[in-house]
Design a protein around this ligand. Structure first.
Ligand SMILES: *[C@@H]1O[C@H](CO)[C@@H](O)[C@H](O)[C@H]1NC(C)=O
Ligand SMILES: *[C@@H]1O[C@H](CO)[C@@H](O)[C@H](O)[C@H]1NC(C)=O
Ligand SMILES: *[C@@H]1O[C@H](CO)[C@@H](O)[C@H](O)[C@H]1NC(C)=O
Ligand SMILES: *[C@@H]1O[C@H](CO)[C@@H](O)[C@H](O)[C@H]1NC(C)=O
Ligand SMILES: *[C@@H]1O[C@H](CO)[C@@H](O)[C@H](O)[C@H]1NC(C)=O
Ligand SMILES: *[C@@H]1O[C@H](CO)[C@@H](O)[C@H](O)[C@H]1NC(C)=O
Length: 785
């Protein structure tokens, strides 16, 4: 650990802070695996108290230090401990792991939380007159782990004639600040729970003038994500007239259970602690949710899977048949920073959609006409000025601003980095009183977003034309910006968002992450009317644009819940297989999806199996399912002992948790993708598929696109399913044919029955430069070993 820290100035600063802290206590999570034998929450929590008393002087002290006892769906607790106590607990028999409760963040790109900007924006008033909600339908329950919801939003209205709440539902609607279950819960919003013991322990008492002590959403993020997943159908939604149309979630008929685990902490925004997250999993799995959607995570370095609440919670969810969908993070396009990489969950990357908002800029009465993108509602006239006049080095940053008023000016800024830079440029030019901003960026980097002052995004080719024009002009040019328009069917689409976190996974090398891609750029969805669309804003909106893998994640949760409603008996692995094997990799121009941020074709590290295709996913033909044995194999492959595995995995259906002798490789687990990160010599991989198509005949032919430098054979190459044989296995033999190291090559395996394309990405890294066996003679001439 220490050596990793020395490279990062900021991290070592944090490290020294935490060293100062270590004499006192922190919140730790003590994870104990499955609930033992009798499923009695009271007994389990009694056991937790007993364990905790071992490291305290008295029972009373132990009781006081406990935050949560996780006792419904798995066993564990969180408590305030010092490091000595934590170490002692980790040595006790039966304890799987002990780790500090970390804080996760929401995955929107525009967090408005950088550099301690003064917070003199309008503070939203807390709502005083909640509206009445009406009546309305279906039996898939989606749990959203987020910042809560704005219950008055039309997206959470009950549809007419909705069936009664399913009897299996055991959740609750909890009252709280400005949230009255009798008014705000319905047949649509059937659960409302909130968790803040971990938050308050870490960040002090909740400030109820900038957050609601209830599931009511203050930040807007949860309202946005929940409405993307399950929002009811609403006519005529738009953001100030843009993107006008019908708003609806992925599965408008699904029920919503709200679990608020992220809280506003000014000035940084949403904070979600692991102690609270695990409490939400413990309840949600017992309440009876079918799908969990969580648009949050922690930037790498990633922690071991069983030292992460999200990975532990999603593991138990999967064992109970509940699908968990996470966002991949917004750390792209740098490789290997993808988050939420556990093999049992779904990790979603983000892409653009086929919509844009062209905006015309005219200089000096038609001398120069350019097209950018914006969300401007009224024409803007002014004089153009280069950033250099107001900002040192021409960089539009607050600290570079020379305090000259830019009133009446539209400022031209060049930015070469990501969204934080554009946000900073907006704030800086806004403070300088400019009447507009033209922000020039490399193509496919930034996409249009809601701004505090009129901002037109322009690509670098056009931006360069303007700066040349400005240099030649004798006087400051007159500029006219026309209102933006909404255009759909823009091509090519989708394009992978530059910010979307890329694979490969830094801790699970033989598991492809991200899994899949969904829309996450300029997404219109519900918004709290008391929360301005940007933090420096006075506007009131019912709908707002947001970007991030936070937005792509609930798109997939919605689709998973739709498939679940058609196939209630499918396991989380089968549901995931259905969306992965039917995903597409070609855009509207029939070419491979472009990768934002690098302008080259996307590969599986950008988009996973591809872009989600909801219609095809309903009828995938075949599924790659997984059983407890697969999870045991996986745990063996990451060096878990049989003792540990017995504690974590529910073994009701199988007798023992024995790791197979010899090959304990993650690539042998029945994932719907194949990834081999260290291919040194010939290997054979097994996959098993099950027929789920209603067609009378199911004869599948295998075909292969070989990764470069790898010989691939699939056998048998024909799979014939029948009434008596709904599951068949095939084998893939991979033979390296080149001398190579470090590079990944991409291919695919397709099973085709004339109707269903069942496609699996095949990712191989040949690593033969050190071991020269089995290399064919025709390659490699410069290797000395
Ligand atoms: C940790 O807490 C225990 C129990 O309160 C105490 O006995 C011990 O001295 C503490 N250790 C440190 C390093 O503070
Ligand atoms: C709560 O937030 C308000 C508004 O930002 C601020 O004025 C107040 O000082 C905060 N209270 C505490 C206890 O931090
Ligand atoms: C739709 O919304 C727009 C903008 O909010 C409004 O001007 C228009 O009247 C609405 N149309 C209908 C049919 O409600
Ligand atoms: C910007 O405009 C406001 C309101 O007119 C004024 O109070 C402020 O001094 C101006 N700021 C600058 C830097 O000119
Ligand atoms: C490649 O093989 C060498 C020799 O076996 C091994 O040390 C190295 O870790 C391998 N590289 C990867 C990326 O697995
Ligand atoms: C494939 O499975 C489905 C559903 O389990 C079944 O209805 C269908 O008849 C099967 N097809 C064949 C050829 O066995």
């Amino acid at each position: 650990m220490a050596t990793a820290f020395q490279y990062f100035g900021r991290l070592s600063f944090l490290l020294s802070l935490s060293l100062v802290h270590s004499a006192s206590t922190s919140v730790y999570i003590v994870y104990l695996g499955q609930i033992n034998h009798v499923n009695d929450p009271l007994l389990t929590s009694h056991y937790h108290s007993q364990l905790l008393t071992i490291v305290f002087d008295s029972e009373a002290d132990a009781k006081q230090s406990m935050l949560y006892s996780y006792k419904h769906s798995f066993s564990g607790f969180s408590a305030k401990l010092n490091s000595t106590q934590a170490t002692r607990l980790s040595g006790i028999k039966g304890v799987v792991s002990v780790f500090k409760s970390k804080t996760l963040e929401l995955h929107t790109t525009r967090s408005w939380d950088f550099m301690g900007l003064p917070l003199d924006y309008m503070t939203p008033k807390l709502l005083t007159t909640p509206q009445q909600s009406v009546y309305g339908s279906h039996d898939v329950i989606v749990g959203v782990f987020d910042t809560g919801i704005w219950p008055e939003s039309a997206s959470f209205k009950e549809e007419e004639c909705m069936k009664p709440i399913p009897r299996r539902w055991k959740g609750k609607c909890c009252a709280g600040q400005k949230f009255d279950p009798s008014v705000h819960c319905s047949k649509k919003v059937i659960g409302a729970r909130y968790y803040l013991k971990g938050f308050e322990e870490e960040y002090g008492k909740l400030n109820t003038s900038t957050e609601y002590r209830s599931v009511r959403d203050y930040l807007g993020h949860g309202t946005h994500t929940a409405s993307i997943a399950v929002g009811s159908i609403v006519q005529n939604a738009s953001f100030l007239g843009f993107a006008q149309g019908i708003a609806r979630g992925g599965n408008p008929k699904a029920r919503l259970a709200v679990y608020k685990i992220c809280w506003n902490y000014e000035p940084d925004g949403g904070k979600c602690t692991e102690a609270d997250i695990l409490a939400a999993f413990d309840d949600a799995l017992c309440d009876g949710v079918d799908v969990i959607s969580a648009s949050l995570g922690l930037s790498p370095p990633l922690y071991p899977l069983f030292e992460s609440s999200a990975d532990i919670g999603s593991f138990h969810a999967t064992q109970k048949g509940v699908s968990v969908v996470f966002s991949a993070g917004n750390d792209g396009p740098t490789p290997a920073l993808v988050q939420n990489v556990s093999p049992w969950s779904i990790c979603v990357a983000a892409a653009s959609i086929d919509r844009n908002f062209p905006t015309q800029i005219v200089l000096d009465n038609d001398n120069l006409v350019l097209m950018g993108e914006s969300l401007i509602t009224k024409p803007i006239n002014g004089r153009l000025a280069a950033a250099r006049k107001y900002f040192e080095f021409g960089e539009c940053k607050l600290e570079n601003w020379n305090r000259k008023s830019a009133a009446g000016r539209i400022i031209l800024c060049f930015s070469t980095e990501g969204s934080d830079v554009s946000l900073e440029a907006e704030v800086a030019t806004w403070r300088a009183n400019a009447s507009g901003l033209i922000l020039v960026e490399p193509p496919t980097l930034q996409t249009v977003d809601v701004s505090i002052l009129p901002t037109v995004y322009l690509d670098i080719i056009q931006g360069t034309k303007i700066i040349h024009y400005l240099a030649q002009s004798q006087r400051t040019p007159v500029i006219r910006i026309s209102p933006s328009t909404t255009v759909i069917k823009k091509s090519p689409a989708p394009i992978t968002a530059y910010f979307s976190s890329r694979g490969p996974s830094s801790i699970t090398p033989d598991v492809l992450k991200p899994d899949i891609t969904a829309p996450g750029v300029t997404i219109l969805a519900a918004w709290p009317t008391e929360t301005p669309p940007t933090l420096f804003d006075k506007r009131t909106v019912k709908w707002n644009f947001q970007a991030g893998t936070s937005m792509s994640c609930p798109h997939v949760s919605g689709v998973i819940s739709l498939i679940k409603s058609l196939h209630p008996d499918w396991s989380p692995a089968a549901l995931k297989s259905a969306i992965l094997t039917t995903a597409y990799t070609k855009d509207t121009t029939h070419d491979t999806i472009l990768g934002g941020g690098h302008m080259k074709v996307s590969d599986p590290f950008d988009i996973g199996a591809g872009h989600i295709n909801p219609m095809k996913a309903m009828d995938p033909g075949l599924v790659y399912d997984m059983t407890t044995i697969d999870y045991i194999m996986y745990l063996c492959s990451i060096a878990y002992t049989e003792g540990h595995i017995r504690r974590i995995v529910s073994l009701s259906k199988i007798s023992s948790a024995t790791c197979p002798k010899g090959s304990k490789k993650a690539y042998n687990i029945n994932f719907p993708s194949i990834m081999v990160s260290n291919l040194q010599s010939q290997i054979t991989i097994k996959r098993t598929v099950r027929n789920v198509s209603i067609k009378k005949t199911a004869i599948y032919f295998a075909s292969v696109v070989k990764p470069h430098g790898v010989e691939v054979s699939v056998w048998p190459s024909v799979l014939i399913f029948s009434y008596f044989k709904d599951e068949l296995s095939y084998y893939v033999t991979l033979t390296p044919t080149k001398k190579s190291q470090e590079r990944f090559n991409f291919g695919e395996i397709i099973l085709f029955d004339g109707f269903h394309f069942v496609r699996s990405p095949l990712i191989v890294r040949v690593n033969t430069t050190c071991t020269s066996s089995t290399i064919s003679a025709d390659t490699g001439n410069d290797v000395a070993n």
